[in-house]
Design a protein around this ligand. Structure first.
Ligand SMILES: [Zn+2]
Ligand SMILES: [Zn+2]
Length: 430
C-alpha cells in the first residue's frame, strides 16, 4: 500500500473512531525517523484538518469549528478515548513513578522496560494494520516501553537503558495490570578448600524440603552445613540477595576433604547491592569458617563463567588413607605402582551411586599410584587420575566392578578411610 492509499484508509478509519496523536503517528513511524510519533500524528491530522476546512474532506462529528481540536492536540470532545490505547500514554508518568518506587531499594546502573500490551490493544492495533498496512508502522509495545523508559530516566537521571544485559528488567503487563521486575544475578567466582566433612551444596531435609521439622531439628536441612551454606550466609548478608545457586567444578563426596582449591561460581539471585568488596567478603568467610572451609581468589564474573567452570574436565590428585584386611607388603605395593602407572582401568558405575547414574562401564586413565607410607594394614597413597574416576572403588574394587583395583593387585581387601583432593589440573595441560 502506498502512502496516499494509507492516508485515504486513515480518513475512513477516523470517520468512525478516534485515534490519539501517538497512535496515528505510529502508523507512519518509519517515515521521518528523527521525529516522534506524536509529531507525526499532529502533522497528518493538521493536514487532514486543512482538507476539512477546504471542504474537500468530511469526517463524522468534525465540523469546521472543532476540527483543529479534533485533529491536532486534543480531541473535539474532552473525554474521548483513543480506540487503540485508551489514552494510556497520558499515564506514562504515573507508570514511571510506580516503577521508581519498586526500584527504590535496589542498587543498579542499567535497566530495560518491557511491555506486554493488553489483548484488546493488540487486537485493535492488528485490525488497524489490516486496513492501513504495516509498511511504516511500529507496534504499540515498542512505543510504550520506550516512552516509559524515557520518563523513568527523568526521575532517575543517573541510570541508563541497556538492551543486552540490564541490571534490572521491568515488565509492565497491561493485560494483568501488573508490574514485575527481574534483577540480574551476581556471579562470584572463587576457589574453595574443605577441611570438614560436609556436602558441597545445600542438602534439604527429605521430610520437610527446607521448611523445618522434627526430623531435621527444624534446620530444614539433612546436613546442617555445606560449603554453599557457609559461603552463602555471608554473601547474602552483604548483597541482600534472596538466595544462591552453587556451581562447582565437580564435587567431592561428603566425607572427602579438599585441599586443592576447587573452582566454583556462586550465583546470588535478586541482589539489592551490586557493588561489593570481594576481598572483604573473602576475609569474612575465612574468619568465620576457620577449620571448616576456606575460599580465595573471589572475583565478580559474568554468567558465562558458570558454564566454563561446570564443563571443566580436570585431572585430579588425591591423597588417601587406606586400610586392608592383611598387612601390605612393600613388594606388592611396588607392583601396584608399576601395574597402575599410566594405565586405563575399566570402572563400572559404583554400586553406591547406581541409583542416580546410568549403569555403564567407563574407561578411565590412572596416571600414577604412589605409596607414601605403609604401616601394617594401613597405608597412605597419592593417586593422580583422569576426571570422573572413582577413587574409593579404585581401591576397593567394588566387588569386581572396577578392574584392576588395588585390592585385586594386592590380593587383599582394602578400603579408603580418608580421602583428600590435593590438586586439580586442567585436562588440556596434561
Ligand atoms: Zn492512542
Ligand atoms: Zn525437616
Amino acid at each position: 500500500m502506498g502512502f496516499d492509499e494509507m492516508v485515504e484508509s486513515l480518513k475512513e478509519i477516523l470517520d468512525s473512531r478516534y485515534l490519539c496523536n501517538r497512535c496515528t503517528g505510529r502508523l507512519f513511524a518509519q517515515l521521518l525517523t528523527s521525529t516522534s510519533n506524536k509529531e507525526r500524528g499532529i502533522a497528518i491530522k493538521t493536514f487532514l484538518a486543512m482538507e476539512i476546512d477546504a471542504k474537500e474532506l468530511k469526517i463524522k462529528g468534525c465540523s469546521y469549528k472543532n476540527i483543529n481540536f479534533r485533529y491536532a492536540k486534543i480531541s473535539c470532545k474532552d473525554k474521548e478515548k483513543c480506540d487503540i490505547c485508551n489514552n494510556i500514554f497520558d499515564k506514562i508518568n504515573e507508570y514511571a513513578l510506580r516503577i521508581s518506587k519498586i526500584l527504590e531499594s535496589y542498587e543498579f546502573k542499567t535497566f530495560l522496560i518491557g511491555v506486554i500490551p493488553s489483548n484488546e490493544m493488540i487486537k485493535k492495533e492488528e485490525e488497524l494494520w489490516e486496513n492501513i498496512g504495516v509498511e511504516y508502522a511500529e507496534p504499540i509495545k515498542e512505543e510504550l516501553s520506550r516512552e516509559i523508559g524515557k520518563e523513568l530516566l527523568k526521575i532517575m537521571p543517573d541510570k541508563e537503558v541497556d538492551f543486552s544485559k540490564p541490571d534490572i528488567t521491568i515488565v509492565i503487563d497491561f493485560q494483568k495490570n501488573r508490574i514485575t521486575k527481574k534483577v540480574r544475578s551476581l556471579y562470584i567466582y572463587g576457589k574453595y578448600n574443605k577441611y570438614k566433612e560436609m556436602p558441597q551444596t545445600t542438602w534439604l531435609c527429605s521430610y520437610c524440603h527446607g521448611t523445618g521439622c522434627e526430623k531435621c531439628n527444624f534446620t530444614g536441612r539433612k546436613y546442617e552445613e555445606s560449603v554453599q551454606d557457609l559461603i552463602e550466609e555471608i554473601i547474602l548478608n552483604q548483597t541482600k540477595g534472596v538466595t544462591t545457586k552453587f556451581h562447582g567444578a565437580g564435587r567431592e563426596d561428603i566425607d572427602a576433604l579438599c585441599h586443592g582449591w576447587r573452582e566454583f561460581v556462586i550465583e546470588v539471585e535478586e541482589p539489592k547491592i551490586r557493588t561489593i568488596d570481594v576481598k572483604a567478603l573473602e576475609n569474612e568467610i575465612n574468619k568465620k569458617n576457620k577449620g571448616k572451609i576456606e575460599v580465595k581468589d573471589l572475583t565478580l564474573v559474568s554468567k558465562e563463567k558458570v558454564k566454563e567452570v561446570k564443563n571443566k574436565r580436570q585431572n585430579k590428585i588425591y591423597e588417601a588413607e587406606i586400610e586392608c584386611e592383611k598387612d601390605i607388603k612393600k613388594d606388592d605395593a611396588k607392583r601396584v605402582e608399576e601395574l597402575l602407572n599410566n594405565k586405563i582401568i575399566a570402572q563400572q558405575t559404583p554400586s553406591r551411586v547406581q541409583h542416580r547414574r546410568a549403569d555403564l562401564v567407563r574407561e578411565r586413565k590412572v596416571f600414577y599410584v604412589r605409596f607414601l607410607k605403609i604401616e601394617g594394614k594401613k597405608a597412605k597413597i597419592e593417586v593422580k587420575t583422569e576426571a570422573g574416576t572413582y577413587i574409593k572403588e579404585l581401591v576397593s574394587g567394588d566387588e569386581g566392578r572396577t578392574r584392576p583395583s588395588l585390592s585385586s593387585i594386592l590380593q587383599n581387601k582394602c578400603k579408603v578411610n580418608k580421602l583428600i583432593v590435593k590438586g586439580f589440573e586442567d585436562e588440556e595441560n596434561s
